[in-house]
Design a protein around this ligand. Structure first.
Ligand code: KDG
Length: 333
């Protein structure tokens, strides 16, 4: 009888304190290096709305923009130590944590968004997400950073030799460093948050990013030429700290997974719908945009092939073979 009474008091106490863990209000901080008017902003807004609706307001997702909580790598380390809940980050700066992520940096790996989605939303994405859990990161979805194009202040890039001597900022990633050094550029690794001022002071000549990032980060103010190379497709990871994830109820975990997928569909939709408008904005801002002749793009692809061999061991031959097999399946080869 005494035990029943004690149990009843404990339950009443919990209810007085707002019920069980499930009933707790949770503030979930999610950071990113781009500005809120980037399509990542649309994805976060959709994910936040979904989480609030499904949890009756208990799960409050709050976005932090422009690297306010640190760059991609710094924020991701905060997740691993359990001091921040979420980050939307490119895969590229994280290769020091999980070398297998480098497969997405291999030049000219995928041809279009259809192939990218099929890889990321299928067994390749599942495999990489499983590996991420092993390093303390729960990946809830793959969003779109997009196809990367080269900008610089010195000359249009018409063929790979035009990169010669150009000081090109690249993400902190040996594969990007190698890809651009292999083209003759002076590749400079740098966190995203430092790029605009480095371009403005001419500490570097150029950088490479998707149209939407070039547009929303106002790089046309400090760049003259945009050359459509589409030399790599970068995914965004929507990461949750595993330390903090494991403290969530199964119900809240399921809600956040569902809402990250709803956010993904909105973010990809806006990213693709914004591409033409971003390119128009870049042109209107005065940048000179050049396409590259198919024959010259093919020469760039051939020139870049050595990068695959040099980084296969670091990435993991098994990962590269898995991705290439999936690409053959997707292409019906
Ligand atoms: O947090 C934003 C970055 O992940 C993204 O813009 C990275 O493409 C990127 C770059 O060039 O650093």
């Amino acid at each position: 009888m005494r035990r029943i009474l004690l149990g009843a008091c404990a339950a009443l106490g919990l209810l007085a304190l707002g019920g069980t863990a499930e009933a707790q209000q949770r503030n979930i901080r999610v950071s990113n290096g781009v500005n809120q008017d980037h399509p990542v902003g649309n994805g976060v807004a959709k994910m936040a709305e979904c989480a609030a609706q499904r949890s009756n307001g208990r799960l409050r997702v709050q976005g932090f923009w422009g690297g306010a909580l640190g760059g991609d790598l710094q924020a991701t380390q905060a997740l691993r130590s359990g001091t921040q809940e979420m980050v939307v980050t490119s895969t590229s700066p994280l290769v020091g944590i999980l070398p297998a992520l480098g497969v997405f940096d291999l030049p000219f790996l995928v041809a279009d968004e259809k192939e990218a989605d099929a890889l990321l939303d299928g067994r390749v994405g599942e495999d990489i997400s499983r590996r991420l859990e092993g390093v303390g990161l729960v990946n809830l979805a793959y969003w779109e950073n997009g196809f990367r194009n080269a900008t610089n202040s010195r000359r249009p890039i018409q063929r790979w030799e035009d990169f010669n001597g150009v000081r090109m900022r690249v993400m902190q990633n040996n594969i990007f460093l190698d890809t651009f050094r292999n083209m003759g550029a002076n590749a400079v690794p740098m966190a995203f948050g430092e790029v605009y001022s480095a371009l403005e002071t001419r500490a570097i000549d150029g950088q490479e990013n998707p149209y939407v990032t070039i547009d929303t980060s106002k790089m046309s103010e400090v760049q003259r030429y945009l050359s459509v190379t589409r030399h790599a497709y970068t995914p965004f990871l929507v990461l949750y700290s595993k330390r903090l994830w494991d403290q969530l109820s199964a119900e809240d975990q399921a809600t956040l997974r569902t809402c990250a997928i709803e956010g993904r569909d909105e973010q990809r939709r806006v990213s693709r719908a914004s591409e033409a408008q971003s390119l128009a904005n870049i042109r209107r801002a005065g940048m000179q945009v050049n396409e590259i002749a198919p024959a010259e793009l093919e020469r760039m692809r051939q020139q870049a092939q050595t990068v695959y061999q040099r980084h296969a061991q670091t990435i993991g031959q098994d990962v590269i073979e898995m991705v290439q097999a999936e690409l053959r399946r997707i292409r019906g080869q």
